[in-house]
Design a protein around this ligand. Structure first.
Ligand code: HEC
Length: 151
């Protein structure tokens, strides 16, 4: 009768994230992260248009999209398990897995800045929202410049 509880305890100790990513196929992880970034870009694009004055400013629309970005951002790191540098067409550079600590820091920056963006959006202060949008966009660029190959 002791065994099942021991197994459960071990599973709990390992943590669900470790178990989930260990079993995942590289092509599934690649599809997952690309879907996540596509959703990020889907919401970020219209915000950028507003910030640049290409479309009319709409604070409620901006806030709705900022909320989504802040929800998606913390889910992206899971899409980069060890071994998922190949397995499907990917723009993720192998350097990510050689510099995982630095990559995680860059991901943390996105998470933090997008949280601040959602907070700024709640304030309804247009100047603050625009400024925080630029800070957040800077975290996209900082990571893409180093870890994404766009051709
Ligand atoms: C910590 C690193 C990092 C951050 C931060 C980051 N990206 Fe990316 N992004 C990547 C990598 C790596 C890829 C390539 C993924 C692949 O092809 O497997 C990518 C791909 C993308 C894609 C293409 C998805 C596809 O396959 O069609 C879009 C769009 C995108 N990112 C938008 C954004 C936006 C917008 C932000 C900021 C709000 C952002 N990214 C922040 C690393 C990052």
């Amino acid at each position: 009768m002791r065994r099942p509880s021991l197994i459960l305890a071990t599973a709990a100790a390992l943590g669900t994230a470790a178990i989930a990513t260990a079993a995942v196929k590289p092509e599934t992880a690649i599809a997952y992260r690309q879907a996540g970034y596509t959703m990020l870009g889907w919401n970020f694009g219209p915000m950028a248009q507003m910030v640049r004055g290409k479309t009319p400013w709409d604070a409620a629309e901006f806030a709705r999209r900022a909320e989504r970005v802040a929800l998606i951002a913390p889910q992206l790191l899971e899409g980069f398990p060890e071994g998922s540098d190949t397995g499907a067409t990917t723009e993720a550079k192998p350097d990510i897995w050689k510099n995982m600590d630095d990559f995680k820091l860059k991901m943390d920056d996105l998470v933090k800045q997008s949280k601040l963006l959602a907070d700024a959006a709640k304030s309804g202060d247009e100047a603050r929202m625009k400024e925080q949008f630029k800070q957040t966009a800077g975290t996209c660029k900082a990571c893409h410049d180093k870890y994404r190959s766009e051709d």
